[in-house]
Design a protein around this ligand. Structure first.
Ligand code: EPU
Length: 302
């Protein structure tokens, strides 16, 4: 979808919005898959209520992109524009045990920045691609920890109220890869309260997690992390592996040889290829184990 109206483009410029016309979403997603649309970059959080009202008045549908690391976007010309926060400077401010982090900040860099200030707790998230906002929305976790445990406060655009609000951590429920945020809420910033830990100790934890991840996940390949959530008490990766499905392909979409719950784009996979592979694996797991796997990856099909 294209923003062509010159009056609207001028109004967007007044709000500090930068328009990148005809952006291929394959360049903004870790899967390297996705069609083309206009990308609007937001430089000031405070412009968001006015921006969305303007888009609604002009009947322009939109979606809000984080780091694009847990996302499968459809092929071709997309029927909505994409909004994304530009990174502010600085992205992180430390105040004692509190880290005030912009939602656009890179998650891995946030973990190491906090470590350098002798703050730990998030070692498990090292190597998880994406932004802090995306991690927050999904309650990203690994190696026994989840980001939700450290959330003291969240600044977000509340779609239902059409305004920016601050929520305390206790007002939000964080479950396994799920939060109580509404689907159209936009994460803007978070304050994390982290335990004091010496840099060298955090670094040791980071090294261990990095090593575990390197040995079990296809890190150098284009993927969206785990495709399915683990069903209660079971492992989606193990079930897919037990069925001998590693290497199963549709076009260039392929079940990873290293970890069966990672599906990789081994070349020029389309969204259609990937969705066909996901549906096929899901059906086979259901037939064999009677378990309906739930998507972990977010799908924006055109
Ligand atoms: N397994 C296999 N074959 C495979 C993959 C796994 O037999 O191909 C077995 C493993 O040997 C292990 C069990 O399944 O006994 C669990 O595997 P793993 O330790 O790799 O963890 P996981 O449950 O598959 C979860 C998260 C990952 C996270 C790791 C580490 C989900 C869906 N996945 O994977 O998160 O990195 O634990 O904590 O919860 C993600 O969310 O995108 C993600 C990658």
């Amino acid at each position: 979808m294209r923003v062509e109206d010159s009056k609207l483009r001028a109004e967007l410029a007044d709000l500090g919005i930068e328009i990148r016309s005809g952006t291929s979403m394959s360049e903004l997603t870790s899967l390297g898959i996705g069609g083309t649309t206009d990308l609007l970059r937001i430089t000031r959080h405070e412009s968001i209520p006015e921006l969305l009202a303007l888009l609604d008045r002009n009947q322009i549908p939109y979606k809000f992109l984080g780091g694009g690391s847990n996302l499968l976007i459809g092929d071709g010309e997309l029927p909505w524009i994409i909004l994304q926060l530009a990174k502010p400077d600085p992205e992180i401010v430390i105040e004692g045990n509190l880290a005030h982090v912009d939602a656009a900040a890179d998650l891995g860099r946030t973990v190491t920045f906090c470590a350098k200030h002798d703050l730990g707790g998030m070692e498990g998230l090292i190597g998880v691609p994406g932004t802090v906002g995306g991690a927050l929305r999904m309650n990203a976790g690994a190696y026994g920890m989840q980001i939700g445990s450290y959330v003291r406060e969240v600044k977000l655009y509340r779609a239902a109220e059409r305004r920016i609000e601050i929520l305390r951590g206790t007002q939000i429920s964080f479950e396994y890869r799920h939060t109580s945020f509404a689907p159209d809420d936009m994460m803007l910033a978070v304050t994390l309260e982290l335990p004091s830990k010496l840099f060298k100790e955090v670094l040791q934890g980071i090294r261990i997690c990095n090593e575990k991840r390197r040995s079990s996940q296809p890190l150098g390949q284009k993927s969206a992390g785990c495709i399915f959530k683990n069903p209660p008490g079971a492992s989606a990766g193990r079930m897919i592996d037990e069925l001998g499905l590693k290497g199963l392909s549709v076009g260039d979409a392929r079940v990873s040889d290293r970890h069966a719950n990672f599906f990789v784009n081994a070349g020029q996979a389309s969204a259609k290829d990937m969705l066909t592979l996901i549906a096929d694996v899901r059906r086979r797991v259901e037939n064999a184990f009677g378990v309906k796997l739930e998507h972990e990856v977010v799908v924006w099909d055109a």
